[in-house]
Every structure is written in structure tokens, then in C-alpha cells.
Design a binder for this molecule. Structure first.
Ligand code: CTP
Length: 405
């Protein structure tokens, strides 16, 4: 993973109401350990003050190419030489039009033109009215900026400040931060299609009751995000959890083990890697009542009969593509004790090359975890860390295995 800690980013603001979101973005970047140097156009300063951005970034803000604070009076050169990237957020339609022509009539565009092309990437988060965004001129400019080596992020969809609804909102601060993390993550999974199951399943007893477990889905979602950042195409089959979908990940929601099994069967033929992180219920009630089961006042309790759910991982591991080595299968083991012994036996029982053991009760719902990677050669510990970082380590580990076959 590439966390942003220690990165130096020049955050450029151009004129648009989305400048209010740049304040939150600046705060999030600083919180992530980024050194933020803000540069604002005159138009941006109509929407938000340099004082606000100075307070949030902890650095004096630059607004003019004639800023005499610079010893050599060359802010447009000095600012980008120290930077790991220039991020323009919001990037107005007008500013993008200027960039493609190499116009440089104020500090921010001058700095973009003067940046070392090979070492200082230019990333833009556009924000504008939906008609302006859809206009062929803007779309042409976006394509040209990408062709010139910049990275133009997408836009959000929804209500706009002008009262209209559509595409053109600036991405939210956390989405931009995630896009930056993805940008700097080595693309070790490029060309792979990763299918991941995550979260618990829910087995209905009647329309209002059911049996589930304490899996939060956080580990599986973190793996989906890490795989996407590493360049994979990712499909995430999620049990009932309320986590946000990682950017650029295709999510299919399911409830029961049978639904999860069906969704996996329908999608696995496109996958090159299958990671079963879901805590699938082993059994389901033999029948689910169509109406709520009522107490009849006699004090008698209803008896439940169970049937076993299909083992999704084991059945995928037995399929022809997995057997031929075209589909790399990774299982998880949620145990409460004797992790090494249970995980080792489970790997063989499931017929998978790699099984990831963890202690369920000490990680369900938490933001951190500790993993034990078990393969035919033995076991390797990934010590306790955030699920985000562990997910990146796991993805790198899988990529190494695939590149060495
Ligand atoms: N799994 C699955 N389908 C099931 C049960 C489990 O795909 N019906 C997968 C899980 O996603 C996980 C692995 O199998 O990758 C092991 O799940 P776990 O619940 O730890 O093990 P079980 O097979 O249920 O065995 P036990 O309950 O005996 O520990």
C-alpha cells in the first residue's frame, strides 16, 4: 500500500463553489501526514479565503506569481520542485482549458506549466455544472489532459449548487484521498480479475428473524480496495454489511449462503483470483417460515432443524480452472483457538494453495487484525496491524506467488 504519510503535495484551488470541499480535503491530507502547500487562483479566493487554507494546511498560501517572500521571486519554479504531486481540486472548466494550451498568466497555471513532467505528476479533480462537464469542449480538454500525461479524476453525481442535478460535482475529500493512495500503489495486480466474498451471511428463520455471525466485512472490503489500488479489476460479493463500496469496485449484495454461492458461480468464470473472506453460515434452517412465528402462550419453544450450506470455497477450488492453475484460490479461516493447526488442516480440506488464518473473536468488527498465511511450505505471520495495511500485504504476497509460477 502507499499511505500518504510524508508526501508533499501542492494543492491548487481554482474558482468554483467546490472550493468549500477543498478545505475538508486539505484537512484530510494533513491528517494523513501529507505536507500540503496551497496555491490559489484569484477566482478561488472569491469562494474561500487564503486564511482558511493557511490555517488548515499550516503553511502560508501562495496566490500571486509576484510573491516577494521567495528569495529569487520564482514561486512558480520553487513550489513544484519540492513536490511529489500537484493536485488541482477543484479544477474548473476554464482552468483545464488553459492547461491544454499551456497558458501561464497567473501563478497556478504558470507552476503547472513549469513543473518537471517526469517527476511531478499533475492530478485534477474537476468540478462544474453538469452542462459544462458534458460539453464537448470540456470532454475534449479532459481527453487532451490525460493524453498529455495528467490524471483527471472522475466527477461525482448528484445535486449541484446551481440547483441542477447531474454529473460534475467534485469528488468528496475521502474519495480524492483514496484516489491518491491508489495512484501511488504499485500495480502488481494489473491484468488480474479478483473475485472476493466478504461479510457474514444471514439465514432466515422467518421474515423478521434469522441467524448470522459477527463478521463486519471490513477485512474483505479492505482486500477489495487493496486489489483495486494494485491495478486489478475487482468484483466484491458482499453479505449484509453497511460498509461503503471501495472506489471502482463492482459490488454484488447478497444475503444468504445460497445467494452468495449463486453469485460466485455466476461470476467466477471471469476471475483469475478468488479470495473467500466471507464468514459463510455453515448451516441454514431447513425451512424458513413465510410468516412470523408467533408465541402461542403455551411456553413451548419452536424447534429448528438445520441443513448444511454448500461450501463455496471448496466447490470453487475443485472447478476445472482452479485445478489447471488458471484460478488462484485463497481461503480464510476464522478460528477461536489453535490457529496454526486448524488453518493447516483447513487448507488441505478446502484444497486451496493459500489459507489465511485469523482469530475471529479478536478481530470481528475491529479495524485491525493479525494474519497467519498458511501454504504447502508452512506458515508466515503478518503481525497485528490495520486491516488496510494487512490487505495490501496480502495482495502483494498473492501477486508474488503468481509472478513466480
Ligand atoms: N467457506 C465457504 N462456504 C462455506 C463455509 C466456508 O466458502 N459454506 C469459506 C470461507 O469463506 C473461508 C473458508 O471457507 O474462506 C473457511 O471458513 P470457516 O468458517 O473458517 O471454516 P468452515 O469451513 O466453516 O469450517 P469450521 O466451521 O469447521 O471451522
Amino acid at each position: 500500500m502507499n499511505d500518504l504519510h510524508g508526501k508533499r503535495i501542492v494543492l491548487g484551488l481554482t474558482g468554483g463553489i467546490a472550493c468549500y470541499k477543498a478545505a475538508e480535503l486539505c484537512r484530510s491530507l494533513v491528517k494523513a501526514g501529507v505536507q500540503v502547500q496551497v496555491v490559489m487562483t484569484e477566482a478561488a479566493a472569491q469562494f474561500i479565503t487564503p486564511v482558511t487554507m493557511q490555517a488548515l494546511s499550516g503553511q502560508p498560501v501562495y496566490t500571486s506569481q509576484w510573491d516577494s517572500r521567495e528569495g529569487n521571486n520564482m514561486a512558480h519554479i520553487n513550489l513544484s520542485r519540492e513536490a511529489d504531486a500537484i493536485l488541482i481540486a477543484p479544477a474548473s472548466a476554464d482552468f483545464m482549458a488553459k492547461l491544454i494550451h499551456g497558458k501561464a498568466d497567473e501563478l497556478l497555471s504558470l507552476m503547472c506549466l513549469a513543473r518537471p513532467l517526469q517527476t511531478v505528476p499533475l492530478i485534477l479533480a474537476p468540478a462544474m455544472n453538469r452542462e459544462m462537464w458534458a460539453h464537448p469542449a470540456t470532454q475534449r480538454n479532459v481527453a487532451q489532459l490525460n493524453a498529455d500525461g495528467s490524471l483527471v479524476l472522475g466527477v461525482g453525481q448528484g445535486d449541484q449548487a446551481c440547483g441542477e442535478t447531474g454529473d460534475g460535482r467534485m469528488l468528496e475529500a475521502d474519495e480524492i484521498v483514496e484516489a491518491l493512495e491508489a495512484f501511488w500503489t504499485p500495480k502488481v495486480m494489473s491484468g488480474q480479475h479478483v473475485l472476493i466474498t466478504a461479510g457474514p451471511t444471514y439465514e432466515a428463520i422467518d421474515p423478521v428473524r434469522g441467524i448470522t455471525n459477527l463478521s463486519s466485512g471490513k477485512m474483505g472490503f479492505a482486500i477489495a480496495r487493496a486489489a483495486q489500488h494494485a491495478g486489478a479489476q475487482v468484483t466484491l460479493i458482499a453479505g449484509p454489511v453497511s460498509l461503503p463500496t471501495p472506489r471502482n469496485v463492482k459490488r454484488l449484495n447478497v444475503r444468504s449462503a445460497l445467494e452468495m454461492h449463486q453469485a460466485v458461480q455466476q461470476t467466477v468464470s471471469d476471475a483469475s483470483i478468488f479470495i473467500a473472506a466471507a464468514a459463510v453460515a455453515d448451516w441454514r434452517p431447513a425451512s424458513s417460515a413465510e410468516q412470523k412465528i408467533k408465541k402461542d402462550g403455551s411456553g413451548e419453544t419452536p424447534s429448528l432443524n438445520f441443513v448444511e450450506n454448500p461450501d463455496i470455497l471448496a466447490s470453487v477450488a475443485q472447478n476445472a480452472r482452479a485445478q489447471k492453475g488458471e484460478l488462484f484460490c485463497v481461503g480464510f479461516a476464522a478460528e477461536s483457538h489453535d490457529l496454526l493447526a486448524h488453518a493447516t488442516a483447513k487448507r488441505v480440506r478446502k484444497g486451496v494453495p493459500l489459507l489465511v488464518g485469523n482469530i475471529g473473536p479478536s478481530t470481528f468488527g475491529q479495524d485491525d487484525n493479525a494474519l497467519l498465511l498458511v501454504d504447502a511450505q508452512g506458515a508466515k505471520e503478518l503481525p497485528r496491524d490495520t486491516k488496510t495495511r494487512l490487505a495490501h500485504q496480502l495482495i502483494q504476497n498473492i501477486a508474488r506467488r503468481l509472478s513466480s509460477v
